[in-house]
Design a protein around this ligand. Structure first.
Ligand SMILES: Cc1ncc(COP(=O)(O)O)c(C=O)c1O
Length: 405
């Protein structure tokens, strides 16, 4: 057993989650993780003290300012960015729409965009809609349906000197595939295109570094890793300076505030900071700055989850009545499958009857499921592991799916 596996004490970790006392088996993490007590406490504490809006000269306004900067610093640490490059907002979807609109002001008819069939619709539709309005050319990076991979070599043919942006996921929330985003980003940068990476699913499962990923924009959703329902986009502040999003005249024009509309949910921002602290403390032996501890802890998470997942993956693949979608090499602990002679909804209902929380459908990965041809049949069933899942739970998952035959 390598050091990574020793570093995550799942019994200790489970004690941090009040939601686990419901006695259910939570295999629905990719749709949203459970929240640790520290996050719940941080949000409720923030609601107990006076918080005004930002920009005043009195104590409760200063408190609001601290909550904003606390959330920005935490998100920056999580992905190796800088706080002044962290734009906070309601969700990955709404922020991506806002960035598509802001970036679109620099694009012209005939400019090109590259999107992928692997992505959640949140990193597809906003780009297609802006491209449609502007008369841009959209190119598709295709998924190898057998393997579930998104080969990076195809970008050589997709990219031209008219490519303005490549939108790609760091990990598929449906089948777990982690494309080589760095290789795609390097190719995109060679032709001068920007790279918008959706890390909403990836962030809960691995250490991320916005620079080594070659991401100009990295989109995140805190509820995927145990935080509240707050989204973020991390970019270089210099790049944000070049963009002019729609905003109210009296609202601040500085970066990153320029991208944030209206009074934000300050109390949830307290929860964002607490959720990043939670991740940083997952490995009890991690030391150094919060960024250092995050990297160590997320490596431990990745190692722990991969070991559990390999067992689940092997077991499901060996079942004659189960068809697993894809077999990507690098992946998160997320698997989608169908069961012979059962609709995915029926399977999810049967699992729910046995105390398992599992999603069915296309998980908003609409393009992928259309390409596979699975949407007419109700999509698939998805099981996703998190750092609070145990080997015993994986054993139960295997038994429950096996019993569906
Ligand atoms: C990979 C991925 N991207 C984007 C989203 C959308 O996130 P949000 O709900 O914050 O808009 C999700 C949510 O399921 C996701 O898994």
């Amino acid at each position: 057993m390598s050091s990574g596996a020793r570093l995550l004490d799942v019994a200790r970790v489970r004690g941090l989650f009040p939601g686990l006392s419901d006695g259910l088996l939570h295999a629905d993490g990719p749709g949203g993780a459970l929240m640790p007590e520290s996050v719940v406490r941080a949000v409720s504490q923030a609601m107990r003290v006076p918080i005004a809006n930002r920009g005043g000269v009195f104590a409760s306004s200063a408190r609001a300012e601290q909550l904003v900067s606390g959330a920005r610093s935490a998100v920056a640490d999580l992905v190796g960015g800088v706080p002044s490059g962290v734009v906070l907002g309601p969700s990955t979807t709404s922020l991506t729409y806002a960035f598509a609109r802001a970036l679109g002001k620099h694009w012209r008819r005939g400019d090109e965009l590259v999107v992928s069939r692997l992505d959640h619709d949140a990193n597809v539709r906003p780009w297609l809609q802006v491209a449609d309005e502007l008369g841009m050319v959209v190119k598709w990076a295709e998924v190898d349906i057998e393997t579930g991979e998104l080969p990076d070599w195809q970008y050589d043919e997709l990219l031209t000197d008219r490519t303005r942006l490549v939108a790609v996921t760091a990990a598929s929330n449906a089948i777990g595939t982690c494309p080589d985003v760095t290789a795609i980003g390097e190719r995109a940068h060679r032709v001068g295109a920007l790279v918008y990476v959706d890390a909403a699913h990836a962030a809960a499962h691995m250490p991320l570094d916005v620079t080594t990923l070659e991401a100009d924009f990295l989109a995140l959703s805190a509820y995927k890793w145990g935080g509240p329902h707050v989204g973020a986009v991390v970019a270089h502040p210099g790049l944000l300076e070049e963009l002019r999003p729609d905003k109210l005249v009296p609202a601040p024009d500085r970066v990153p505030d320029r991208f944030e509309q209206g009074a934000p949910p300050f109390e949830l921002y307290a929860g964002v900071a607490a959720s990043v602290d939670h991740l940083a403390a997952l490995c009890a032996e991690a030391t150094g700055t919060r960024r250092d501890r995050l990297v160590t802890s997320m490596e431990a998470v990745s190692h722990y989850e991969s070991r559990l997942f390999d067992w689940l993956d092997d077991a499901l693949r060996s079942m004659a009545h189960v068809q697993v979608l894809g077999s990507p090499h690098y992946r998160t602990p997320t698997i989608s499958f169908t069961v012979s002679r059962m609709r995915p909804r029926q399977v999810a209902r049967e699992l729910a009857r046995r105390g398992v929380c599992a999603w069915d459908g296309d998980f908003y990965s609409r393009e992928l499921f259309d390409a596979i041809g699975a949407n007419e049949d109700g999509g698939a069933v998805r099981l996703g592991l998190m750092h609070y899942n145990t080997p015993e739970e994986v054993g139960h998952l295997i038994d429950h799916v096996s019993a569906l035959r």
